[in-house]
Each structure stands twice: as structure tokens, then as C-alpha cells.
Design a binder for this molecule. Structure first.
Ligand code: S3P
Length: 195
């Protein structure tokens, strides 16, 4: 499979990278469906993510993400935006690579942090200082960097990012699959210290 219609395009990256806005535009440009893991979780639980964090904690949210990743294995040819922490635990980035082309929307911390503070309620930033948020960003980079492709969003608006993603996808020849078709997830790992 070389990036054809059955191959999902999966956006990963830190909060503020623009995964949702870029994903929505990209899906329209490519004529594909748009899926967000945070939306899947919100719909299933019938309440917003900050409420899930507040009432049941981060561990419950991460368990819901596990379930969302398993369901993503059923998707074909979609554009999928993931939550910022989703790929940052054992086996998940590999699980995503098994079902599509994973694109890291990267950026420098200051820019992403500014954007993240401006847009919406983000429980992972509650009670964290800027320094602690930066440490989280640094810890996550080693996961994101295992994506197939990366686009630096620092100086770009969403339309420009979409153009860069499309360019990167066109130049991308997907390597032979080494991953199992139904990804197995390890229950723990990743950021570890953050529950
Ligand atoms: C999270 C990021 C959020 C959402 C949840 C946890 C994280 O998504 O999944 O609040 O751990 O970074 P965005 O990256 O879209 O903000």
C-alpha cells in the first residue's frame, strides 16, 4: 500500500499543533472523512473531556484512548486527528502506523504553548507551570518523532500546514508493513509519571 485511499492519514503532535483544524481542512481537500479520537471519546462518554479528567482522572481517559485506538483499526482512508497524549504510551504510535501514514505536526514549544493556552480547555495544562508543560513536551517528542512524516507548523497557518502535509504525503512511499494488522497495545508505559 503506498498511501492510497485505503490508507488513513493520522495526525499526531503536542497540544496547539493544530491537529483538529488541519485535519478538517485536509479531509475536505482529499475528499475523505474526518475523525477525531477526542470526539470518539466524548461521544461514547456523553460528556466533555475536562469532565472525564475531573471526575475520573487521567488514567480513565487514557483507558478510553486505548479503546479508541482499537476502534481506529476499522477505519479505511480517513483523516484522523489524535489527542496530544495519545501516541505517547507503550505501543500506540506503532498501532497507528499499522493503520495508516502518521504525520507529526511539530513546532517549537513557545508557539505550541501559546496556541494551546488560547484555544479551549486543556486539562493537561491545569495545575502545570510553563516549565512543567515544557518538560511534558520534551518527554513526548521521542514518541512523536517515530511518525512517518513531520511538518513544522511553527510559522505556518492551518492552510499552509495542509499544503505541506499534502506535499509530504505525495512524496511518501509507504514501506512494507512490519506491524501486525490488529495492533496489540501494551497497557502501560509512555509518559509514566503523569497519571
Ligand atoms: C491531551 C490533549 C488533548 C486531549 C486531552 C489530553 C494531552 O487533545 O486529548 O485533553 O494529553 O495532551 P489536544 O492535543 O487536541 O489538545
Amino acid at each position: 500500500m503506498t498511501g492510497g485511499m485505503t490508507d488513513n492519514v493520522i495526525l499526531v503532535g503536542f497540544m496547539g499543533a493544530g491537529k483538529s483544524s488541519v485535519g478538517r481542512i485536509l479531509a475536505t481537500r482529499l475528499g475523505r472523512c474526518f475523525v477525531e479520537t477526542d470526539e470518539m471519546i466524548t461521544a461514547k462518554e456523553g460528556r466533555p473531556i475536562p469532565e472525564i479528567f475531573a471526575e475520573q482522572g487521567e488514567a480513565r481517559f487514557r483507558a478510553l484512548e486505548d479503546e479508541a485506538v482499537r476502534l481506529l483499526a476499522l477505519k479505511r482512508g480517513d483523516v484522523i486527528a489524535t489527542g496530544g497524549g495519545l501516541p505517547c504510551r507503550g505501543g500506540r504510535l506503532e498501532a497507528l502506523r499499522a493503520i495508516g501514514t502518521v504525520v507529526w505536526l511539530s513546532g517549537d514549544f513557545a508557539t505550541l504553548y501559546e496556541r494551546a493556552l488560547r484555544g479551549g480547555d486543556r486539562p493537561m495544562l491545569h495545575g502545570r507551570t510553563r516549565e512543567q508543560a515544557e518538560a511534558l513536551y520534551e518527554a513526548r517528542k521521542s514518541f512523536y518523532s517515530r511518525a512517518d512524516l513531520a511538518v513544522d507548523t511553527t510559522t505556518l497557518n492551518p492552510d499552509q500546514v495542509v499544503a505541506e502535509v499534502q506535499k509530504a504525503l505525495r512524496g511518501w512511499a509507504r514501506p512494507p508493513q512490519h506491524w501486525p494488522p490488529h495492533p496489540t497495545l501494551s497497557p502501560s508505559g509512555g509518559e509514566g509519571t503523569l497519571s
